[in-house]
Design a protein around this ligand. Structure first.
Ligand code: MV4
Length: 509
């Protein structure tokens, strides 16, 4: 087992890995940028090294500075988390050259899956079903026209070096093809320094379903079930769940076996995820492979009872997988809400600033993986993910009920957050029915301010309650207007929280 691990990341995922190190008796080493001096991962780690200014290219993306910190600290291994350098083959190679174990797959596997066209060629060889289309770059407009009419419109143009939706164009007819091709190529060049694009048949309103795999360094590979990740906004996942409401045990087995086949075809080691697109008829196609631990790994942990970070570390030390495929059981249901510092009333713009106050939910079936604390300043320099709220239940319905309850307990003051979005999703009948494809959020009704008499009455009660709670002469004396107004209606979060607030101020006196 490693004695010391450096975590080349920040935020909630760095904290997640530090916790695993602590549980395994491994010394954890944090790295941080100047703006992250007081970040939670720095406070939680056993040691911490400053690696540069706020700009990610000079800190969390700087291979040399991270390796320098690793050498100075005497860390034997590096966990890359997700994002930043986690899927950078050059980083994995540099770790190897420095004699430091990269906790993840080989540089060759990362390179292979980094090229979408090479990955498709490899999957074709291995007999993995992939979205119909080409597996090499488009050479000319004429060639693109021929391929597209063979596939049938609509088609997708995608960047070979891309992933996650960048450099992607939906093309509905031949008339649009020329300008779409030009646009996709120049966008790919700008974003990835590589203009290669290829064609796929477009699958309309697909589901995004991904399969977790785990492979040791001795040739064993298992699948740990799927995650439904269709609820996204601009290719940013918002809510994920396991298992998928759309996947039967039979489809899970087929999809899992295909995922293992795909991982083996890439000589894959450690934790990885095979992304699929699924259509309404239950067909699924390989899309890409993520060669890292993912943000949404907790939902898989909750329904399998496994600790993926422990297993990643053990695999990296050369241990064999401690269980077989038939030992993996999916039990219950887990749903993750990604809590971002962004303003729902302003097009979900990032909303950095001080966490002025914080009250986190807990209780049965609730897990929070957080990277924040009260008094800390959320910087504008990185991804605005604050925390992940994960609900678990025996059934999907119970997981939803617990999450609804937890969302109402959650209070983050000082920055705008997307917490209200989850209140809407979790009470939406279409979500309850499991009707979640990639168009889900665009169909979710936008809340309109209600102007019913009941709403007016409730607003009056809120004002009265806030007044009573802030005015010490009236607080909790029993016959205040807040109490009277609330006695004739059903439960209201506002009323409940103002009562809690009044109790708090009473207790302080
Ligand atoms: C597609 C597709 C439909 N047909 N490919 C978007 C991100 C990138 N990883 C792949 N994406 C898509 N590829 C074909 N052939 C639709 C999407 C897509 C999507 C996929 C997953 C989750 C959300 C999405 C939102 C819009 C489009």
């Amino acid at each position: 087992m490693f004695r010391k691990i450096l975590i080349a990341n920040r935020g909630e995922i760095a904290v997640r890995v530090i916790r695993a190190c602590r549980e395994l008796g491994i010394i954890s080493v944090a790295v941080y940028s100047e703006i992250d001096r007081k970040a939670l991962h720095v406070l939680k780690a056993d040691e911490a090294y400053l690696i540069g200014p706020a700009s990610a290219t000079e800190s969390y993306l700087n291979i040399e500075r991270i390796l320098d910190a690793a050498k100075r600290s005497g860390a034997e291994a590096i966990h890359p988390g997700y994002g930043f350098l986690s899927e950078n083959a050059q980083f994995a190679r540099s770790c190897k050259d420095a004699g430091i174990k990269f906790i993840g797959p080989s540089p060759e596997s990362i390179d292979l899956m980094g090229s979408k066209t090479r990955a498709r060629q490899q999957m074709e060889k291995a007999g993995v079903p992939f979205v119909p289309g080409t597996s090499r770059g488009v050479g000319s407009l004429v060639e693109a026209k021929n391929t597209a009419s063979m596939l049938g419109y609509p088609v997708m143009l995608k960047a070979a070096a891309g992933g996650g939706g960048k450099g992607m164009r939906l093309v509905s007819s031949e008339a649009e093809l020329a300008s779409a091709l030009e646009g996709a190529q120049s966008e790919a060049q700008r974003a990835f320094g590589d203009s290669e694009v290829y064609l796929e048949k477009a699958i309309l309103n697909p589901r995004h379903i991904e399969m977790q795999v785990l492979a040791d360094e001795h040739g064993a590979c298992v699948y740990l079930g799927e995650r439904e990740c269709s609820i996204q906004r601009r290719h940013q996942k918002v809510l994920e769940e396991a298992p998928s409401p759309a996947v039967t045990a039979e489809v899970r087995r087929r999809m899992g076996e295909v995922a293992v086949k795909a991982a083996n075809a890439a000589n894959y080691m450690n934790a990885g995820t095979i992304e699929f697109l699924a259509d309404a008829s239950g067909n699924f196609y390989f899309l890409e492979m993520n060669t890292r631990l993912q943000v949404e790994h907790p939902v898989t942990e909750l329904v399998t009872g496994l600790d993926l970070v422990h297993l990643q570390i053990k695999i990296a030390t050369g241990e064999k997988l401690p269980f077989k495929q038939e030992d993996v059981q999916i039990r219950g249901h887990a749903i993750e809400c990604r809590i971002y510092a962004e303003d729902p009333d302003n097009n979900y713009f990032p909303s950095p600033g001080e966490i002025a106050s914080l009250s986190e939910p807990s209780g049965p079936g609730i897990r929070i993986d957080s990277g924040i604390y009260s008094g800390w300043n959320v910087p504008l320099d990185y991804d605005p993910l604050l925390a992940k709220l994960i609900g678990f239940g025996e059934t999907r319905q119970q997981a939803i009920a617990r999450l609804k309850r937890a969302v109402d307990e959650y209070f983050i003051g000082g920055v705008k957050t997307n917490v209200s979005l989850f209140r809407r999703i979790l009470t939406d009948p279409a979500f309850a029915a499991g009707n979640t494809d990639t168009g889900y959020l665009t169909r979710l009704p936008v809340p309109t301010p209600a102007e019913s008499p009941e709403r007016e009455q409730e607003l009056a009660a809120i004002v009265a309650a806030v007044f009573a709670a802030t005015d010490s002469r009236h607080a909790m004396r029993g016959n205040g207007s807040a109490t009277a107004a609330s006695s004739n209606s059903t439960s209201s979060n506002w009323k409940r929280s103002s009562r809690a607030e009044a109790l708090r101020s009473e207790a302080l006196r």
